[in-house]
Design a protein around this ligand. Structure first.
Ligand code: NAP
Length: 287
């Protein structure tokens, strides 16, 4: 039985760990706040009290942490205990520069490295229906495929170059954050023009400009049901990573600059831990 260590059991990591257990892997989990890891024991995961203890036996180490700062800290603690034949599957959204750094770090420790960010939020993570955007050397793909199949409904092999998974992730997230912010703008505008904002979702419904995401997030914006599936803090962080990639590429940065500013304004107004649909607060008058 393949042994997998999951470092980070937040919204995404917890669901991914449960699906690895269901798929028959021997799973050990660790989380900085142990209260978020402990419930996984009921699902059949072993709960470790340090990153080193979690990875000691693992053939595959999966990181699902907030950002590069968290991955740096946790892997500094884990790496001395990682088996020399292990594979590191890095799924936290950290951007291209950090991914290239981690590929080098893995190489220096003799580990196989898989750049494997995911698309999908809380529910797909819980249901094992994420889309994995993977990049890795051909030599490690076969070994890692059963792990990726357990957490996702689909693995898209983007390339062999570490960072290609993240490049596509930033491209896709630019779309996700833009569509969410544009939905917020139309909802706020409908409200200020004296309309029921649900009419906006009704008018696009089923037409060529409709989007399941606009319907989902738009309903949350209207009802104020903002429990986090994609937390605003993560959206602000991702918008920063996308802006850096846009600026480095020479693509015009004004649209993502505005998206980033609106997400950041909603966070500054105290909505950091809510879903990113809380960006609607930044689009309303008197924010
Ligand atoms: P989350 O629920 O906030 O979980 C974040 C995780 O990172 C927690 O385990 C947290 O530990 C840990 N962490 C943060 N700072 C740390 C540090 N300095 N040292 C150790 N651990 C630290 O967020 P999430 O939504 O699961 O996101 C996890 C990753 O998935 C992020 O990179 C995010 O961008 C990406 N992602 C999220 C979604 C989504 O829709 N939610 C979709 C695709 C990708 P504590 O519990 O101790 O704070």
């Amino acid at each position: 039985m393949t042994t997998v260590a999951v470092l980070g059991t937040g919204i995404m990591g917890a669901g991914m760990a449960r699906n690895l257990v269901r798929a028959g892997f021997a799973v050990t989990v660790w989380n900085r706040n142990a209260d978020r890891a402990r419930p996984l024991a009921e699902d059949g995961a072993a709960v470790a009290d340090s990153p080193g203890a979690a990875v000691a036996e693992a053939e595959v180490v999966l990181t699902m942490l907030f950002d590069a700062g968290a991955v740096d800290e946790v892997m500094a603690a884990a790496l001395p205990a990682v088996r020399p034949d292990a594979l590191w599957v890095q799924s936290s959204t950290v951007g291209v520069e950090a991914t290239e750094r981690y590929a080098d770090l893995a190489g220096r420790h003799g580990l196989g490295f898989v750049d494997a960010p995911v698309l999908g939020t809380r529910q797909p993570a819980e249901q094992g229906t994420l889309t994995v955007l993977a990049a890795a050397a051909q030599a490690v793909r076969e070994r890692v495929t059963p792990v990726l199949d357990a957490v996702g409904a689909r693995t898209l092999w983007v390339g062999e170059r570490p960072g290609d998974g993240h490049r596509l992730k930033l491209v896709a997230n630019a779309w996700v954050l833009s569509i969410t912010t544009a939905t917020a703008q139309s909802i706020a505008l409908a409200e200020q023009l004296g309309l029921d904002p649900a009419r906006f979702l009704e008018v696009i419904s089923g037409g060529p400009t409709d989007s399941a995401y606009a319907q989902l997030k738009g309903k949350n914006m209207i009802t104020g049901e903002l429990s986090p599936a994609f937390p605003l803090a993560g959206a602000v962080k991702d918008a920063g990573l996308i802006l850096a990639a846009i600026r480095a590429s020479g693509v015009d940065d004004r649209l993502m600059g505005a998206v980033h500013a609106l997400l950041d304004a909603a966070a500054e107004a105290g909505h950091t831990d809510e879903d990113m649909a809380a960006v609607v607060h930044a689009t309303r008058p008197g924010r």
